[in-house]
Design a protein around this ligand. Structure first.
Ligand code: NAP
Ligand code: G4F
Length: 349
């Protein structure tokens, strides 16, 4: 039985990866932060499983990380813990660097200091945000980086320190350069989930309007459940390597919004441009979507489209497993149910 440690196990990807590894027969250990309000809803259903174990720890606490890794001696570490919100990284740049950049170094150093560098394989959650102010479209493993937020700069350190430890100490450490991936478990302030939650609530009469930032921003959105499989595949290769994981299909925030509302029976017409653009309900003429500069970023990444050829060829991965249309539908249906439940609870007082 293989043993894996997942940092960030309570997050979107961590919870799906834990399910995948448990299904494969792994002994799975997850690192969680202690919080005053319990935030384990994505892994609640795993807590009773015999092969699933929780350890308290924080990416800011190197000794704690050494202690956890020492007690587990994992075969594989998936380093997913991060301050993962790009917009928030402008508000807490130093914390983001501590967690996302130095946190990665702390994992690598813990493995090295404990003498596990020849047996423990490491996956690092790198990101398409590294391409930032993009220098070419689509982006592949050969595209130069141009990070465009404190988050992306911190992740760039993570990317390079992984490569450095691979070359300096012969560690099996890989970067997964993952493009945006979403799901019913996506954090509520990321744009896709914000949209599907709002579309469901508006359709149920629980919310008047949705306020968004840059509607023209383009993303290559995939399904998180498909993407965690690539993390595992990367660590099963003969040699460590870095991979772009993407669908190769791109849509704007406006198109995502249109489809999410369509899934709720609402057809939107768009009028105006820039800050004055509005999404109007064709049936009632009501303005349901407006632009608020509060959601603009000091620097915004606007043209992400990945080229997954290497992952398709070397990992044998199918990037179109869950299509964009199916992804939006999955999220919209899930969040419509949440809104309907909320409406019933409100009626019951
Ligand atoms: P997520 O839902 O925000 O999960 C992040 C996880 O990290 C949470 O479990 C969080 O714990 C934990 N965490 C945050 N700060 C920590 C700290 N100081 N110490 C310990 N744990 C900490 O993110 P995700 O979407 O699953 O993404 C997983 C990883 O992939 C992240 O590194 C992200 O940057 C990267 N990534 C994501 C995407 C994407 O589109 N989803 C694309 C490329 C790369 P709490 O629950 O306590 O906050
Ligand atoms: O959903 P987002 O916040 O995701 P973003 O910034 O692309 O970051 C996510 O994907 C990265 C991979 O590329 C990960 F590394 C990262 O951890 C995270 O998971 O924003 C997507 C786009 C942006 O251009 C943003 O400006 O949507 C635009 N947007 C427009 N209105 C909005 C909004 N973003 C948010 N969060 N909220 C809005 O109201």
């Amino acid at each position: 039985m293989k043993t894996a440690l997942i940092t960030g196990v309570s997050g979107q990807d961590g919870s799906y990866l834990a399910e995948l590894l448990l299904d494969k027969g792994y002994d799975v250990h997850g690192l969680v932060r202690r919080t005053s309000v319990d935030r384990k809803e994505h892994i609640e259903h795993l807590l009773d499983r015999e092969c699933f174990h929780i350890h308290y720890g924080d990416m800011m606490d190197p000794l704690g990380l050494v202690d956890v890794i020492h007690s587990i001696e994992p075969d594989e570490i998936y380093n997913l813990a991060a301050q993962s919100h790009v917009a928030v990284s402008f508000s807490v740049p130093e914390y983001t660097a501590q967690t996302d950049a130095l946190g990665t170094l702390r994992i690598l150093e813990a493995v090295r200091i404990l003498g596990l560098e020849k047996r423990c394989r490491i996956y690092q959650a790198s990101t398409s945000e590294l391409f930032g102010k993009v220098e070419e479209v689509p982006q592949s493993e050969r595209t130069p980086f141009h990070p465009y937020s404190p988050y992306a700069v911190a992740k760039q350190y993570g990317y390079w320190i992984v490569r450095e430890y691979r070359e300096a100490y012969g560690m099996f450490a890989c970067n997964g350069i993952l493009f945006n991936h979403e799901s019913e478990r996506r954090g509520e302030s990321f744009v896709t989930r914000k949209i599907t939650l709002a579309a469901g609530r508006i359709a149920c009469g629980l919310q008047e309007k949705l306020y968004l930032g840059n509607l023209d921003s383009r993303r290559d959105w995939g399904y998180a459940k498909d993407y965690v499989e690539c993390m595992w595949l990367m660590l099963q290769q003969n040699e460590p390597d870095d991979f772009v994981i993407a669908t190769g299909v791109q849509h704007t925030v406006r198109e995502f919004t249109q489809l999410a509302f369509h899934c709720n029976g609402i057809e939107l017409d768009w009028q105006g441009s820039g800050q004055d653009e509005k999404g109007i309900d064709r049936a009632s003429g009501k303005v349901l979507v407006e632009v608020s500069p509060a959601f603009y970023r000091p620097t915004d990444v606007v043209d992400l489209l990945g080229d997954p050829t290497k992952a398709k060829t070397k990992l044998g991965w199918n990037p179109q497993h869950t299509t964009y249309e199916r992804l939006v539908e999955l999220m919209a249906v899930h969040d419509r149910k949440l809104a309907e439940r909320e409406r019933i609870l409100l009626k019951q007082g």
